[in-house]
Design a protein around this ligand. Sequence first.
Ligand code: ZN
Length: 232
Amino acid sequence: MLTPIPALNDNYIWVYARENCSAIVIDLPEINRLIPFLQQHNLLPEAVLLTHNHVDHVAGVPAFKQHFPNVPIYGPKECAVNATHIVHTGEIRTPHYHIQIIPTGGHTEQHLSYLVDEHLFCGDALFSAGCGRVFTGDYQQMFESLQRLKSLPDSTIVCPAHEYTLANLAFAQSVLNNKSAVKNQQILITQQREKKQPSLPTTMALEKHINPFLIADNLPQFIEWRKAKDRF
Ligand SMILES: [Zn+2]
């Protein structure tokens, strides 16, 4: 089971669980809809993975700890106040899951993404048709992070933390040559959003066709488009 639970304005909390297993929860903006969801589906969390220390990803941690004081919360050093286990690279092993940690700094310096059973939880590093703002100013680090994600198999299921897809597609339409792939995706996602369905997850195969920040194959191009997107 893979579910994006809407939180705050446009965040998602991802909940992933293999059949008959307890769940992994990615980021905790708040817990208002998370707790009822877990109860409804009879799911217990066995780990929380924090991608980075922005408030819209961690503000729900204290309330979560009150409900589940013994569930480990993994995150990078910048999340030290909220995480119970600090990680930076390598692997996390929980009772049911092997989780690969992928360093994806640039949005924040220590931003992490997590790969579990071909599901990529990439926080604010990679969005559908877009990427996170480079708050660190280190464009090279962000570019290298995205190249690292791009090297994952096409079949990778990509689970970003925000519903930004339509705005990102509008920007992609303005800079990419591949207008028809972007246009098709705009039509599809507009229909989904009219029905209040999430536009996510996406796949690495699709993103390679519609995401300017994966298509940019050199740093100057990446910087040009990222700065243009900030003004878009
Ligand atoms: Zn952020």
